[in-house]
Design a protein around this ligand. Sequence first.
Ligand SMILES: [Fe+2]
Ligand SMILES: [Fe+2]
Length: 235
Amino acid sequence: MIVMAKVDGRQFASDLVVSHKSMIAEIARLAACTSANAAASAPTMDHESATLVAEWFERFARMVHHHHTAEDDDVFPLLAQRDTSFVDSRKALEEDHGALTVAMTAVATALAALRDDCAEPERTLRTRTLAARAADLHATLDAHLAREEAAILERMSRDLTTKDIAGFERKNFKRYNRHDIAWSVSWILESSHGADRDAMIKRVPWPLRAMHRLFWQANYRRLTAPLGPYRAAVK
Ligand SMILES: [Fe+2]
Ligand SMILES: [Fe+2]
């Protein structure tokens, strides 16, 4: 997660929840789209759509990888140092991150297969494989986010200082290249809604918001157009 202002532990925990909601919202879109596509008598995810979604997913997976690295290397060790009772939960969460890497790689592989030209019945098989992998990623991510929030939100609010969080932020900026930052700004502003989006807008410096409005938003929407509209029911 990239935090672009001075925040305390409570605000940091609140921002984490918004970033989690945005992650699951986008994977819910992917799962719904690929499931409908697999059930359709004439699947609509063609070579062009699969190419766009594969490019979007590559960036999404890289953002999630940065998010997990920040948790595993920065946030979790400090929480464990401040409260040793976090040890068991920490191990389970790190294992979840490993399982999510496997699930994301499976989706990327299935998308690449659908992007390549192939004839029936192979194409239908690949469409169904992608739907199954996306459903698995959705379930795995949903379970992880619930487990993580139960284990760390209260600890973050209680045990992390503004100085700790500024240290996380400095390390995060070294992880994200400028393309990752641009994409992450678009992702969080496009996939958060209502009060969550209002809170995120306050975190993003105005030059980046302007860049998003002028350039990055259109690209994010182009890549995610095949996923269809956002589902109102996402958490
Ligand atoms: Fe997380
Ligand atoms: Fe996590």
